[in-house]
Design a protein around this ligand. Structure first.
Ligand SMILES: Cc1cc2nc3c(=O)[nH]c(=O)nc-3n(C[C@H](O)[C@H](O)[C@H](O)COP(=O)(O)O)c2cc1C
Length: 191
């Protein structure tokens, strides 16, 4: 499916962005299934890959799952302003989102999402050694699933306040920005 058919109309581009994100959630082979998450605590920038687990078109947010003991959690607490970068190689489309990250832990929302996960996915949140800790050798790390919501399971919601959409074409690149404080109305910008 070509999710980005019309590149001449900013309203259609905006609709297509959400179609692409929908594909990312539901199709693990889609380029939108993962994104690069940038955090900027103090003067350092950190970037890593995460899986897109959901989106809310009405509230302009995206979500991913993580372990509450990972560095990104303290980085988000230090500075909730994060970047989410998607790149569709085949369609030559880049989507850059900026937003405020909200940490959900041990609440009803987490419970609801936890109950939809496979045992294999749940097991990752029962690791005996915290992510990022120095270890003597890899085999020392073990996971043993318990029959309850892990307190390490965390859902991060990114409330988007800016989307920068870029399409690369030999006929001329096109770029649009969508700002929350402008009701996400598209504005063409120079590529
Ligand atoms: C394809 C891929 C998908 C990943 N998905 C996630 C994810 O959804 N959540 C997550 O916390 N880490 C995910 N990771 C691992 C992170 O990239 C990162 O190594 C880990 O979360 C530790 O990051 P931090 O120390 O910066 O917090 C993924 C890595 C890869 C390569």
């Amino acid at each position: 499916m070509n999710t980005t058919e019309n590149h001449n109309n900013t309203n259609e581009i905006y609709e297509n962005i959400w179609k692409c994100l929908d594909k990312g959630v539901n199709d693990r082979f889609s380029d939108y299934h993962t994104f690069s998450l940038a955090t900027a605590p103090k003067n350092i920038v950190e970037v890593r890959t995460v899986v897109l687990r959901g989106y809310d078109r009405k509230n302009q947010s995206i979500i991913f799952h993580t372990n509450n003991l990972t560095s990104k959690i303290s980085e988000i607490k230090n500075n909730p302003n994060v970047g989410a970068l998607f790149y569709d190689k085949k369609e030559k489309i880049q989507i850059r989102c900026n937003g405020d990250a909200v940490i959900n832990n041990m609440d009803e929302y987490c419970k609801e999402r936890w109950n939809k996960m496979s045992a294999q996915s749940q097991e990752c949140y029962y690791q005996n050694i915290s992510p990022g800790e120095n270890i003597e050798y890899p085999e020392i790390v073990k996971n043993k699933l318990e029959n309850k919501l892990s307190e390490n399971f965390t859902v991060i919601t990114i409330n988007i306040n800016k989307i920068d959409w870029l399409y690369l074409s030999s006929k001329g690149h096109t770029r649009v920005k969508f700002l929350k404080n402008n009701g996400f109305t598209g504005q063409w910008i120079a590529p």
